[in-house]
Design a protein around this ligand. Structure first.
Ligand code: FES
Ligand SMILES: [Fe+2]
Length: 355
């Protein structure tokens, strides 16, 4: 068991830790931004999201400055949104440009949020506007379509606090158990030590198995490694409260060269304290043109992540409702997640001090 002062309940984030604002979060998939408006709540703020005619995504406060009517239930045209309640009109920057029955517009406005569309995702900055810097957006691990092929998730809704999701993503020990029927990670995986590297506010962790012979369901059934020795490395990288990057790779030892690899990027965006939005994005560097495999693989990954979704919903419910005396216990394999929780708790304390 892991029990040192390094990890105490006082310095670990939990489901009650205040949400963090000064980070880039994924607001939605590019495909969700259309000519029609949609509502999404992020960090307890109701937002209206849409795409302008020129193609730019827009995210505004979804609350009319007059009497709080939801703007996503109003009327969008090329100039902006006209509130359906009393007809006040806002432009795409959130400024009031027309008030029925008066010539002068109030200087009041609704908030417009910085956004950045990169690949299949649209990012949002919910924090202090002066601190928004696009250079802080976590990089997608892969772009080059000559080397990588991509599968992008649909939208996922998680009925649990985002710390539970991030801890799940830092947790290599649940793979052979919770995902026993999907990812088919060999049980021997559990006994391999986890390597951890903490780098500033980021945590890298992996298991590396040499002389391995069993492939998990993550890999193309057409890969023939029978009779060959290979190293199987699987791990993750907690990057920010919004981002975690997992990977699984095979290196054939007598061949050298680049590993056969999957990257699974995860994006977690808190909705309220007890719920979050979740998106994933997978890239692989082999069998690039096998569209049928991409579809099958996408379904497999979603089925596996649905198992996480159900587990997180059940744990959130237990944490909220069960009245047993309870003191959380941790074991050695939890260390990547404990590092992440320690970092997030410190960031939350710092954000609270600076606001
Ligand atoms: S509530 Fe929107 S115009 Fe009155
Ligand atoms: Fe999982």
């Amino acid at each position: 068991m892991t029990s040192s002062k390094f990890y105490s309940s006082d310095n670990l984030a939990n489901i009650h830790t205040p949400l963090l604002h000064n980070f880039w979060y994924v607001a939605g998939l590019s495909t969700e931004f259309k000519g029609e408006m949609r509502e999404r709540t992020i960090l307890e703020k109701s937002l209206v999201m849409y795409r302008k005619k020129d193609g730019a995504p827009v995210i505004l406060q979804n609350r009319c400055a007059h009497r709080s009517f939801p703007l996503d239930q109003s009327v969008l045209d090329d100039e902006g949104i006209r509130c359906r309640y009393h007809g006040i009109k806002y432009n795409h920057d959130g400024e009031i440009i027309d008030v029925p029955c008066q010539t002068k517009c109030p200087s009041q406005r609704i908030r417009k949020y910085p956004t950045k569309e990169i690949g299949p995702m649209v990012w949002i900055w919910m924090g202090d506007p002066d601190k928004a810097d696009e250079k802080d957006i976590p990089e997608l691990p892969v772009h080059d379509k000559n080397i990588w092929t991509h599968v992008v998730s649909e939208y996922n809704y998680m009925e649990g606090n985002y710390i539970l999701v991030q801890e799940n993503l830092c947790d290599l020990s649940h793979l052979p158990f919770l995902h026993v029927d999907t990812f088919k990670t060999p049980p021997a995986y559990t006994n391999t030590p986890i390597e951890i590297e903490v780098d500033g506010d980021e945590v890298k962790f992996y298991r590396s198995m040499h002389d391995w012979s069993t492939l998990s369901a993550f890999f193309h059934p057409g890969i023939d490694l029978s009779g060959k020795k290979f190293t199987y490395k699987s791990g993750g990288h907690y990057m920010t409260p919004a981002t975690n990057k997992g990977y699984a790779e095979i290196t054939v030892e007598d061949k050298g060269g680049a590993p056969i690899c999957h990257y699974v990027s995860h994006y977690v965006t808190p909705e309220y304290q007890n719920s979050c939005h979740y998106f994933w994005f997978v890239a692989r560097n082999y069998e690039l043109d096998d569209v049928e495999y991409s579809q099958k693989f996408g379904k497999l990954v979603q089925t596996g992540f649905d198992e996480d979704l159900v587990a997180i919903r059940m744990m959130q419910k237990m944490l909220e409702n069960d009245k047993h005396d309870f003191k959380e216990m941790s074991v050695k394999a939890d260390q990547p997640g404990l590092h992440m929780r320690k970092i997030i708790k410190r960031l939350a304390d710092e954000e609270a001090q600076n606001t």
